[in-house]
Design a protein around this ligand. Sequence first.
Ligand code: SAM
Ligand code: SF4
Ligand code: SF4
Length: 374
Amino acid sequence: MSANTRPSILQSVIPITDLRRGHGLPIPAMRETSDGTTVRDQRGRQLRDLRISVTDRCNFRCTYCMPKEVFDNDYQYLPHAEVLSFEEITRVARIAVAQGVKKIRLTGGEPLMRRGIEDLVAMLAAIPGIDLTLTTNGSALKAKAVALKAVGLNRLTVSLDSLDDKTFRAMNDVDFPVAKVLEAIDAANAAGFEQIKINMVVKRGVNDHQVVQMAKFFKPTHGLHGNIVRFIEFMDVGSTNGWKMDDVIPSQEVVNRIHAVLPCEPAHPNHLGEVAKRWKYLDGAGEFGVISSVTEAFCGSCTRARLSTDGALYTCLFAQRGYDLKTLLRSGEDDALIANAIGGIWQARQDNYSEVRTAETARERKVEMSFIGG
Ligand code: SAM
Ligand code: SF4
Ligand code: SF4
């Protein structure tokens, strides 16, 4: 479909630059923790995961994330001076790890578009005791897989919305061929990345006809490299993707469709707070996952904070505002003060957006996913 014939979403689009450059929320002071170490939010959730958006740019224009009509040639990306440096990112990461973070995910935008990303991976990999992972659209992965493995990246997630080339090209909206992403997944497996997560956002009438195909395609590779496909419900992130409930395929429907062809049953979670629900095939060969952020909220176990490309901390994917850490980082404050800020922000957290989502809230102004990190 060309941009001219596509139904216009511009009517519902809000100028997102207003949100992005809005003043940060006031940073609350940290209170003493009950055990002297563990930071918990208002619902008792710990801070365990940090997702870092290393760039707000991307070479794809996935219609559900960075629609072309908004992210066009005139779109103003963050100027270089506003983007956190590798040293600043690593400093925040180190402090957050001391506050309890165990897992760091590099994302964006497209993280492999950030020049020198391997250097950042190496710097973060030097922090002891973290699980370091990265989510990519796979377009530049073939060329970078060996280097990323060599500098210490632990795990990878590759987004792939369809095996059908026409559907894939239409969804990334830059005519990128699916074969190149599949080659990149092979290259990453060959470089030593095992159990790659393959993320498919399922949108009704767009790519849902590919669900069973995807399950079948990745099933045999389970024994070989353990790659696991995960079906994600289309979400109302940001303010530009024209989300409506009718476009969401509930995970239960995904499971039913797969079960009809490849019988499956629920599997135990690998760890507490796991976002994807696991399903294993009854023939014993392989599994898939579903991420049901719309139909089955998992806010109760959400331990994720997000660091935006310009250094603001967000405590929810659907937040409207974040806390400006960059100013603190650049004002000569010591680590103790930054730690106090992160702790205070987390302790004040009450987020539960997915539990209270309605058609009304879906229309609220939220920060774009490409900016705060998917
Ligand atoms: N560019 C990288 C990629 O696509 O893998 C990393 C950033 S992207 C924002 C991270 C993940 O968010 C991708 O797996 C993408 O499919 C998912 N995503 C983006 N918009 C979404 C939406 N509206 N609903 C559900 N998932 C979405
Ligand atoms: Fe880019 Fe990833 Fe968003 Fe697609 S989902 S537009 S690849 S950031
Ligand atoms: Fe976490 Fe916010 Fe998603 Fe709930 S809606 S799971 S609090 S990111």
